[in-house]
Design a protein. Structure first.
Length: 723
């Protein structure tokens, strides 16, 4: 006997499964020559090629009587019959026949509903509604049997067409059981002891592989593939999904979102109390890209970066710097700003177990060698004039080591670890309330509508006034970089003079500047030139014919003081430089002198294109070396007189009591005590400086400090000497 695909699907399978079995050849099929509404040929399946379960299902629905007969002519009860008998046994004997008759009546009504061709049609408003014929069938489905209504009173109401349609579909697979309530299900909750049947190997697979699949669907697909290979018994996808819903939020975040998301959302933090700190003892620093868009002098738009150092004890924004990109250079600029405005950090006192700290994150800029330091190894100890040899051949250089500071590293991506993150959010609130068109939002993907309109207008003006930047600056809706810096400076001043409630101070309300003035009783100073050199990058180089070769193979830096030490192949000197200015560097000579060495710009070989400055520099270097030869003394007079190195140093030091009268008059009576942090870059004042030496006073103060403000890239230097 041949069955259509629809008749085969009514036996309890799906059209997709039928097509798959027919395509594989397991079920025999044939073409009828007729075509359906989709234009495809209607096919039929041979009943005898179907599995035995489907054949019994067809026999039960089509054979007369309540039972079917197998090959041995013995009555066999189907699964539907067993369930139907179990459902009827819940009622009294006199009620069973009434329920069975009611089920047969509803089955006939459902078949009449199926024969209705048009079940829904559009009304006057254009919406679909069930036709009157369907509504009339629903009215006939109302139960009038008293025995049935005595048990289920809801059957006295007319069912909806949706309910009638559900009865029809369910009756095709369950028969009369679709119209009779099945046996009660086990109660849900803690007393429900139902368990899914899962193979032990499948359980092990789920426990070991669920971390690799953030979606329950993907995990179930992988489980199903393994089950087909190994013959496992596995649960359904909904069972796996319920297990996913019970994964703790901590485990789900850490497993699927990563350590960064866990630290940011759920990681616990240690509550702190800062009342035992001194003012400026711990400075917390970080970079932050601001939530505003500003216009550069060339007309382009960008988001500036802010580098901040904030005092943990007072909450004072101690030092800050605004730039286009964050780097170790901006860190140094922000630190210089704090020292110049509020003074330096207290000196560490190891004997009292007191140290000053810098608290930072683990970013690349805050772990650079400029801050953390590096060890310079010299192959030979430097020789100091007078015969005294240096004992150390290694020197640890770096801002933290030079200043006696320690670094505290916060855990990554945990805002609670650094209080400066809260300050950045306050600045973002200020930007959102103060700027309209310039505020670009805190989310990089979603921009405010005002900002989008302003950006489009600026792009049009950029094309219109191309080459005329003055008109562009006047007409653009965005403020300039300098104007934003002025607004930010005003906000920081207001922030430092406004009351803030500090949970780390026991909930006290303080004003940062007043708290700073109350606690910072002794002002610590660092000279500008020493601070500039401390924050430079360090390296070591040998002295060649033209001094120090650095950055590029044809770049040489020269100072006349190099002549005294040139030629020693084992001698290496310490070099200080900054990436913002490759036109000069500073050298720490073996005798402790610090000299500036400018770049000797390469010149052309053509006579008409010679660089006069370069020629003069080389000529002066040669003259300086000839003068060194003329003035050199084989035996120094001080050694001939029997003076030691200590005697010569003591004679050259200036007596601190011999302070000029004009300088003494400048000291106020009630001034705050001041302590100068003397580093190895702060040389003592000499009563008489030898002619062959170059003292720190000869380094112009403005030039040393300006290395943090004037940025001269290497490309620009290269262009100058090429021109």
């Amino acid at each position: 006997m041949w069955l259509t695909f629809e008749e085969t699907a009514a036996l309890g399978t799906t059209p997709q499964w039928i097509r798959k079995q027919v395509a594989s050849g397991e079920w025999e099929s044939r073409g009828t020559g007729r075509r359906g509404r989709n234009g495809k040929e209607i096919k039929e399946v041979l009943l005898e090629s179907l599995p035995q379960k489907l054949q019994l299902q067809w026999a039960r629905e089509n054979a007369p009587g309540d039972t079917i007969v197998d090959a041995e002519t013995e009555p066999v009860k189907t699964d539907s019959e067993v369930k139907l008998i179990a459902a009827l046994q819940r009622y009294a004997p006199e009620v069973r026949e009434a329920f069975l008759a009611e089920a047969q009546r509803l089955l006939e009504i459902a078949r009449r509903y199926e024969r209705v061709e048009t079940k829904r049609a559009k009304n006057a408003e254009g919406k679909y509604e069930f036709v009157p014929e369907v509504l009339a069938i629903c009215s006939e489905a109302v139960c009038t049997e008293p025995l049935v209504l005595s048990v289920e009173g809801k059957r006295s109401k007319s069912p909806s067409p949706i309910t009638l349609d559900g009865w029809l579909r369910k009756s095709k697979t369950e028969g009369l059981l679709a119209f009779i309530r099945s046996s009660a299900k086990p109660p849900s909750g803690t007393n429900d002891r139902r368990k899914a049947k899962v193979s032990a190997a499948a359980v092990e697979f789920l426990n070991t592989k669920f971390k690799n699949y953030p979606s329950p669907r993907h995990l179930h697909r992988a489980l199903r593939k393994q089950a087909q290979k190994h013959g496992w018994i596995i649960p359904s996808e909904s069972w796996v999904r319920r297990k996913y819903d019970h994964i703790p939020a901590v485990a789900r975040t850490l497993i699927y979102d990563g350590q960064k998301a866990y630290n940011s959302r759920l990681a616990p933090f240690v509550p702190r109390d800062y009342r035992d700190l001194e003012a400026l003892q711990i400075l917390c620093g970080d970079h932050s890209v601001r939530d505003v868009t500003v216009m550069l002098p060339d007309g382009n738009l960008t988001r500036p970066w802010l580098t901040v150092w904030q005092d943990l004890r007072t909450g004072l924004i101690w030092g800050w710097h605004l730039d286009l990109t964050p780097s170790s250079n901006t860190i140094g600029l922000a630190y210089v700003n704090g020292v110049q405005n509020f003074g330096a950090q207290p000196l560490s006192r190891p004997d009292d177990n007191f140290y000053s700290y810098l608290q930072t994150d683990q970013g690349r800029d805050y772990r650079s060698k400029t801050l953390t330091g590096q060890t310079l190894t010299f192959k030979d100890a430097a020789r100091i004039e007078g015969g005294l040899n240096a004992l150390c051949t290694q020197r640890k250089v770096g801002f933290l080591d030079e200043m006696g500071l320690k670094q505290m590293l916060a855990r990554g991506y945990n805002a609670k670890e650094k209080s400066v993150e809260r300050t950045f959010r306050v600045i973002s609130d200020f930007e959102e309330n103060h700027f309209e068109a310039e505020y670009c939002g805190r989310d990089a993907k979603n921009k405010p509508e005002k900002w989008q309109r302003a950006w489009n207008r600026h792009q049009k003006l950029l094309k219109k006034f191309k080459g005329n930047l003055e008109f562009l600056r006047d007409e653009s809706p965005f403020i300039s970089f300098d104007d934003y810096r002025e607004n930010l400076a005003g906000f920081i001043t207001e922030y430092n003079n406004t009351e803030h409630k500090r949970a780390v101070l026991g909930g006290a309300t303080i004003i940062p500047t007043r708290e700073y003035e109350r606690l910072y009783t002794t002002r610590y100073e660092i000279s500008d030139d020493a601070l500039a050199l401390l924050l430079m990058k360090a390296a070591k180089r040998k002295l060649g014919k033209n001094g120090v070769q650095m950055f590029q193979s044809h770049w040489y830096f020269w100072n006349d003081a190099f002549s005294e030490f040139k030629g020693d192949k084992k001698l290496e000197i310490e070099i200080r430089y900054t990436d913002g200015d490759y036109s000069r560097l500073w050298a720490v000579l073996p005798d402790g002198r610090i000299v500036e060495a400018p770049l000797i710009t390469p010149t052309s070989i053509q006579p008409g294109r010679l660089n006069k400055k370069t020629m003069e520099t080389v000529a002066k270097a040669k003259a300086s070396e000839r003068k060194l030869v003329r003035d050199f003394q084989f035996v120094q007079q001080s050694n001939f007189r029997g003076e030691s190195t200590e005697d010569r140093v003591a004679a050259q030091l200036v007596d601190p009591d011999e302070t000029p009268q004009a300088e003494r008059q400048k000291i106020a009576v009630n001034a705050r005590p001041s302590v100068v942090n003397m580093t190895r870059f702060d040389r003592p004042k000499l009563a008489s400086t030898p002619k062959s030496s170059v003292s720190i006073e000869q380094i112009e103060r403005a030039e040393v400090v300006d290395i943090f403000r004037e940025k001269k890239p290497a490309k620009r230097i290269k262009q100058e000497w090429e021109d």
